[in-house]
Design a binder for this molecule. Structure first.
Ligand code: FAD
Length: 231
């Protein structure tokens, strides 16, 4: 089916919630006054100051839930390493994987001989899965023969602080291509809803020095827009 990422829910007025939470730390005013008193034009600048100063815990008040489909288990294995998040992933114990689709890396699909080898191996895996199932082997065991690239679906919820961390790691040019595609789609959706929260999101080079140091690719992104446009 190919990768699709959708933003299925998020905190309403997320930028305002984060900004009001931060203002509360420095003000004796009632919360309602702080929330309503925020000036739309000033929120982005205030959120940028919070990020620059490291006062990022208020970003935890804004949650974003994404549906990620047509993604490989290779990529979701990387995704679920992020611990400050919630996940629900399609089970290979409860859902039969007969004829399961598989993500084909572009390096393979663009190489005729490699694509042939891949397709043959995938067909053999699928056939073996079916034979094992026909022999009465339970799904939880038959699935061991499936390739790592088999497609799956996952719903992931992260708060904005964790998203900024996730984008920092997974949008670096050094990250693996498929998790970068997932992260880029998530950033694009989140930034469209709450631009002030994600104005300088992306790898460390967007904001200054490269965190990869000696392993730096030497091609720093100038800004978040460039990260989003890098396909
Ligand atoms: C390019 C790249 C290559 C990678 N290669 C490998 C690899 O070869 N092998 C491998 O196993 N992993 C690899 N990883 C995964 C990596 O080690 C992390 O597990 C993953 O990126 C999750 O990031 P995290 O631990 O910073 O953050 P999250 O789990 O997203 O947590 C966010 C932050 O919360 C804090 N935190 C969370 N849990 C704890 C805790 N228990 N104790 C203290 N602080 C905590 C940390 O500050 C952490 O940075 C790779 C990641 C990248 C981006």
């Amino acid at each position: 089916m190919g990768l699709t990422v959708k933003l299925i829910a998020h905190t309403t007025r997320a930028e305002r919630v984060v900004a009001a939470a931060a203002k509360l730390c420095y003000s004796a005013s009632p919360v309602r006054e702080l929330f309503d008193g925020l000036d739309d034009d000033g929120i982005g600048g205030f959120l940028a100051k919070l990020r620059d100063s490291g006062h990022v815990s208020p970003f935890e008040h804004a949650g974003f839930t994404f549906a990620v489909e047509g993604v490989s288990r290779v990529a979701t294995h990387q995704l679920v390493r992020h611990r400050i998040a919630s996940f629900s992933q399609r089970s290979q114990r409860y859902v039969a994987m007969k004829g399961a689709a598989c993500v084909v890396p572009p390096e393979i699909s663009q190489n005729d001989e490699a694509a042939r080898v891949f397709a043959e191996s995938l067909a053999a895996s699928r056939a073996a899965y079916e034979k094992l199932s026909a022999l009465g082997i339970p799904r939880e065991d038959a699935r061991f023969i499936l390739p790592h690239g088999v497609e799956t679906s996952v719903i992931v919820t992260m708060n904005a602080r964790e998203l900024l961390h996730f984008f920092g790691l997974r949008l670096c040019r050094g990250a693996q291509w498929e998790i970068r595609n997932v992260a880029r789609a998530m950033l694009s959706l989140a930034a469209a809803e709450a631009p002030g929260l994600f104005a300088d999101a992306g790898p460390s080079c967007v904001r200054g020095a490269c965190a990869e140091r000696r392993k730096s690719c030497g091609k720093p992104y100038k800004n978040t827009k460039e990260v989003l446009e890098d396909k």
